[in-house]
Design a protein around this ligand. Structure first.
Ligand code: HEC
Length: 319
């Protein structure tokens, strides 16, 4: 190692010194042609040494970049790239589709909530987004929450309130793993932000279950899904046509339910989205108005200065 560094250092020093010589050459006495050739040769040698040293150093750290490496991983290990779906809330001027969020909540409650928690969403968050106050209250009251301690020091059960958070399906991680053959169903609150591909990925995952291609062995208890990195996921396909019955009459196809639950999860992960875009619009309108005003003011104030004419009248010559 030290030999190579020595090499590098010499190379660098030579390279650093060269411009100084070159500068002298241009300002002081002209150099002979032979001296100039020697100088440019030295520069070329120094630069070659620097690049050879850098290449050797890089190769020692990461392997030779010119020789292709055999890797024990394929494209499938990173998961198939999901398509870009036309989400209602995608563009800069679009808001969430709230009817879809409401249906998506129903899918979460009836299907996903048996395995996945949603720790960051409270009942009150649904109010005005997908449900009315009374609906949210009624849904919260159906769930028993532990509270206390009471005046005797013991914990007690009470019906849920708007301020309570969504109940968890499992008491702890161990219970969740035990119920899912060792795999942990992750909390879904921030899922569309937590995974590469976001909402597109979750949608593709939910609708992407297929039979494994020839030659791909999937271990007992795992399922093949090309969108999941590695291809083998602990969660089985959960959405099937007609699984839930929507109260607005929308046909509950697999893709419809996947779209709705992903819209719901996108809202859960980013509830401020509608407000943020609205404020962004307001800021753009106000700031562009102010910009136009300041440009006009600047032109107004500078106009007499820019358009004035300075004339020099020489004193009349005295005879
Ligand atoms: C029977 C239990 C079960 C149900 C029901 C279920 N999941 Fe899962 N889910 C799991 C398990 C277990 C994992 C972890 C898989 C793994 O890591 O291999 C998982 C993982 C996930 C992941 C993360 C994938 C990743 O990239 O890590 C998402 C997203 C997900 N589930 C969404 C949903 C949605 C949405 C629903 C409802 C439509 C749902 N799940 C219903 C058990 C379930």
């Amino acid at each position: 190692m030290s030999g190579r560094f020595q090499f590098l250092r010499q190379g660098l020093r030579a390279a650093q010194q060269t411009p100084a010589f070159a500068r002298n050459a241009s300002t002081s006495a002209p150099q002979s042609a032979a001296a100039r050739v020697a100088l440019s040769n030295r520069t070329a040698v120094a630069l070659s040494l620097v690049s050879a040293g850098t290449f050797a150093w890089y190769s020692a750290l990461y392997g030779n970049p010119l020789v292709p490496e055999a890797k024990a991983e394929g494209a499938a290990d990173h998961g198939l790239h999901p398509a870009a779906y036309p989400w209602a809330h995608k563009g800069p001027f679009e808001t969430f589709d709230h009817a879809s969020i409401r249906r998506g909540y129903q899918v979460y409650r009836e299907v996903c909530s048996t395995c996945h928690s949603l720790d960051r969403v409270a009942w009150r968050n649904l109010v005005g987004v997908s449900h009315t106050v009374d609906e949210a209250k009624a849904m919260a009251e159906e769930i028993e929450y532990e509270d206390g301690p009471d005046s005797e020091g013991s914990m007690f059960q009470r019906p849920g309130k708007l301020a309570d958070y969504m109940p968890r399906p499992y008491a702890n991680e161990e219970a969740a793993r035990a119920g899912n053959a060792g795999a942990l169903p992750p909390d879904l609150s921030l899922m569309t932000k937590a995974r590469h591909g976001g909402a597109d990925y979750v949608y593709a995952l939910l609708t992407g279950y297929v039979d494994p291609p020839a030659g791909v062995e999937i271990r007992e208890g795992l399922n093949y899904n090309p969108y999941f990195p590695g291809g083998a996921i602990g969660m089985a396909r959960v959405l099937y046509d007609g699984l839930v019955e929507y109260d607005d009459g929308t046909p509950a196809t697999t893709s419809q339910m996947a779209k709705d639950v992903v819209s719901f999860l996108a809202w859960a992960a980013e509830p401020e989205l509608d407000q943020r875009k609205k404020m962004g619009m307001q800021a753009t309108i106000i700031l562009s108005g102010l910009l136009a005003l300041s440009i006009w003011t600047k032109k107004f104030k500078w106009a007499p200065i820019k358009s004035r004419k300075i004339v020099y009248n020489p004193p009349a010559a005295k005879h």
